[in-house]
Design a protein around this ligand. Structure first.
Ligand SMILES: [Zn+2]
Length: 270
């Protein structure tokens, strides 16, 4: 429902016309459809003032999360979990376009959704001191040419007044996809994946917003939090754009040791 998105206080924000990557193409398209742009998910024509550059149909299909943040213990510290939406085919389409089709401009739209979600929960400007993105391995970042979560973080930092610390956390081990791994294998896969980076010391006593693009388990977040806690921040909020972590959250709240290895639902191809 449209009304769901309107519940985000910033849902009415208009980002203005999106800069298409190919300026030449834009000129040609503008001459054919002067006021029109394209929905970032389905490609349907939309008018340039649409929130997040999405058509009404896609906005209706995104499963916006308006529940209060979950608070669960990780390594003896209470960590706040927040997501913009549940991870499904529409949400994944946005992330995949950003990651695999090099549509970096989508990072700004996603950051706006995250900002609006934060504001909806009362985390306005100045609520966090630092934003720490989950890092990619050096090899993966080199192949892709960018880390999509760092891009999202750059925009989110400007919108929230927090400082982006892309090197507070380092990825020191590449990991296999979690899908199909047993809980024990998941744990082994992610263990030791991160190390505190050169700027981690800045986090002491500070309010940290740890961000990622999506999550289907809590394994990555849990391991990243373990490393960040070595720097003694005052509190950590782990926020992802899209997550399927419901079972893991329930399990963690009930104190299960395997909570962080739960298998999240992976949506089928559209
Ligand atoms: Zn659409």
């Amino acid at each position: 429902m449209n009304s769901q998105i309107k519940q985000f206080p910033g849902a009415g924000h208009s980002a203005g016309p999106r800069k298409l990557a190919a300026a030449g193409l834009k000129t040609v398209l503008d001459s054919i459809y002067p006021p029109a742009l394209y929905c970032s998910i389905c490609g349907n024509l939309i008018d340039g003032s649409r929130t997040y550059h999405l058509c009404d149909n896609c906005v209706r299909h995104i499963r916006w999360d308006t529940d209060p943040p979950a608070v669960i213990p990780m390594h003896s510290k209470n960590i706040r979990l927040l997501r913009v939406c549940t991870y499904g085919v529409y949400e994944r389409s946005l992330i995949f376009s950003l990651k695999y089709q090099d549509r970096r401009e989508l990072a700004k739209d996603i950051a706006e959704m995250m900002r609006d979600r934060l504001e909806y929960e009362g985390f306005g400007k100045g609520s966090f001191d630092y934003i720490v993105p989950i890092p990619l391995s050096k090899e993966k970042e080199k192949t892709r040419g960018f880390n999509q979560t760092v891009l999202m973080g750059k925009y989110l930092a400007k919108m929230t007044g927090a400082e982006l610390l892309p090197h507070a956390l380092l990825r020191v081990k590449d990991t296999r996809p979690m899908r199909g791994l047993s809980p024990r294998e998941r744990q082994e896969n992610i263990e030791g994946a991160f190390a505190p980076g050169l700027t981690a010391w800045k986090l002491a006593g500070k309010r940290v917003l740890l961000i990622d693009d999506f999550a289907t388990t809590l394994a990555t977040g849990n391991e990243a939090v373990r490393m960040l806690l070595e720097a003694s921040p005052s509190d950590i909020t782990f926020m992802v754009f899209a997550a399927r972590w419901d079972d893991a959250v329930r399990s963690a709240a009930a104190g299960s040791r395997n909570a962080f290895c739960h298998d999240g639902y992976i949506p089928e191809e559209k």
